[in-house]
Design a protein around this ligand. Structure first.
Ligand code: CA
Length: 326
């Protein structure tokens, strides 16, 4: 968020992308990628497959609502890409995904809260008080290399990235995780990358899904909201799993407008996806099935994963250190 705010302000602190331009971006991203997932439903089923370039919106003449200036295009590209280490060029955190700019074309949702109408980067308190212990900390001098490394070392427990869940698994723990693909706070790719790191650590999907399943909701915002089905009973699913050993094969999610259900859709345990059977309403879950394949397994960001593995190793060392000290 801090990085996205910086990307959306010029050197004088003036805003670059406005609320209206976030809606323009959202409409263009949906137009570019909605049908490519096989179902024209206003949702991007998997934004990782979306190759939307905001450069296609570049104004041909004078700026108007339906186009972006070159400066706005550059800001949007930076926000989608996420912050990078200026020295090494490595991604340090996933950017926001196509479809999350203003979900459903609503400027109140999406990126607005974090990058429009804010006098300074949001969540600065984390850096001022937790990381640096300095209320006078000036974010202008923030170094995405040195200062991130400092924070990782000082607050390893802020990063819940350890893929070694064997002790949790062995004592019967079940983990049901979900993300919305239109999350305007933390990209669903964080969940995907974490799942992938656990699967690698524990020997593949089957062994992982015995106790850990990830569900991704197309068009859902941060935990809820957005144009995608966002209401589902994860607690009962988890309860059945723990108490009766019935692992959730899918979660049926519901979307309501003004209190009325207008769309249902199964959410599938990643890496499965919900595939439309080719007939019947795309707004009814019964016309979808969870299938494997059809899309390439994503190559998770190697630099990002290497970094979280390093943080996890630091956490384990710190934990062992505490145990020894006791
Ligand atoms: Ca779609």
């Amino acid at each position: 968020m801090t990085g996205s705010w910086i990307a959306n302000h010029d050197e004088k602190g003036a805003e670059i992308l406005t609320r209206a331009k976030l809606v323009t971006l959202n409409k263009a991203a949906i137009a570019a990628c909605d049908a490519a997932d096989g179902v024209s439903d206003g949702l991007i089923a998997d934004p990782r497959q979306c190759r939307f370039d905001p450069g296609t919106l570049l104004c041909k003449g004078a700026e108007e609502g339906g186009c972006l200036t070159a400066v706005q295009v550059a800001a949007a590209r930076k926000i989608y890409a996420g912050p990078r280490n200026l020295r090494s060029g490595e991604a340090v955190f996933p950017g926001w995904d196509p479809g999350s700019e203003a979900p459903g074309g609503d400027p109140k949702l999406g990126w607005t809260a974090y990058i429009v109408g804010q006098p300074e980067p949001v969540r600065l308190e984390l850096w001022k008080y937790w990381a640096f212990g300095d209320p006078g900390f000036d974010w202008h001098g923030f170094d995405f290399d040195r200062d991130l490394a400092f924070a990782d070392e000082k607050m390893p427990n802020m990063n819940a990235v350890d893929p070694d869940l064997r002790r949790f698994r062995d004592r019967g723990g079940k983990l049901l995780m979900y993300f919305g693909w239109a999350d305007n706070v933390s990209s669903a790719r964080l969940g995907v990358d974490y799942y992938e790191s656990v699967a690698r650590r524990l020997g593949g999907d089957r062994k992982t899904q015995d106790f850990f399943r990830l569900f991704l909701a197309p068009g859902m915002g941060h935990c809820q909201g957005g144009p995608g089905p966002d209401s589902f009973d994860a607690v009962s699913a988890l309860d059945q799993w723990v108490e009766q050993g019935l692992a959730p094969a899918q979660l049926v999610a519901t979307h309501r407008t003004n209190g009325l259900v207008d769309r249902t859709r199964p959410l599938c345990p990643y890496p499965q996806r919900a595939a439309w059977n080719g007939s019947g309403s795309v707004d009814e879950a019964a016309n979808f099935a969870c299938v494997t394949g059809g899309w390439p397994r994503p190559a998770s960001d190697a630099a990002w994963l290497a970094r979280v593995q390093e943080i996890a190793a630091t956490q384990r060392r710190a934990s062992v250190g505490r145990l020894n000290a006791n």
